[in-house]
Ligand binder design. Structure first.
Ligand code: NAD
Length: 173
């Protein structure tokens, strides 16, 4: 049995990690789709697909999850929701089960007759990409919400500086 989890992972955090660990107890292999792969350098989507692949690869390795158990695949958005599932099938190994808490994702896969499961949310009051990005902007402790390897990637790419720069109002001279 092969499963699919798709998320923007902006950034990858302990909620994503926990959900991946629990899905891997149910499936043999997991496809991890890095969604909205074309987006980066905005307040909602600051990190490139390549940077998010680095976060995932290093965090899964740090947590001793065997690389033979998963595939990390960047997936760009497309205009037409009605053919999005086919677009994903074109890019990924075959899969039977989909894990997502996102109602649109659930709907699109259910209509194509996939098994769809809504995984439990872990500490959603803290573990959400939006809250982590806000902590980065407000110089609050965001490091406690992501694996150490993700902290290192974000430091390497100067991700917090990028986010703060993007949040600045235009300076008119
Ligand atoms: P996300 O990163 O917010 O979440 C991904 C998944 O991670 C969630 O469904 C949930 O299962 C899990 N998760 C998140 N926080 C968690 C926590 N605290 N505890 C446990 N699990 C947690 O991503 P998302 O917004 O759901 O990603 C959907 C992607 O699909 C987006 O990139 C979107 O653009 C894309 N999409 C594209 C189209 C199209 O191109 N037409 C259509 C639908 C969706």
């Amino acid at each position: 049995m092969r499963g699919l989890l798709i998320g923007r992972m902006q950034p990858f955090h302990f909620g994503h990690l926990q959900v991946i660990k629990s899905i891997l107890e149910e499936v043999d292999e997991l496809i991890i789709g890095v969604g909205s792969a074309q987006l980066s350098h905005s307040l909602k989507d600051p990190f490139t697909a390549g940077e998010r692949v680095m976060m995932l690869t290093k965090a899964l390795s740090e947590n001793a999850i065997a690389a033979s158990r998963y595939y990390i695949i960047p997936i760009q958005d497309i205009e037409c929701n009605s053919v999005w599932v086919s677009h994903i099938k074109m890019l990924t190994p075959p899969f039977e089960r989909v894990y997502s808490g996102n109602p649109l994702v659930q709907r699109l896969f259910k209509e194509e007759r996939f098994q769809v499961t809504s995984p439990p949310l872990y500490y959603r009051d803290k573990l959400s990409g939006t809250k982590i990005r806000n902590r980065m902007l407000n110089a609050e402790d965001w490091e406690e919400l992501v694996p150490d390897s993700v902290v290192m990637v974000i430091k390497e790419i100067e991700g917090v500086e990028r986010l703060r720069h993007l949040s600045k109002k235009e300076i008119i001279e």
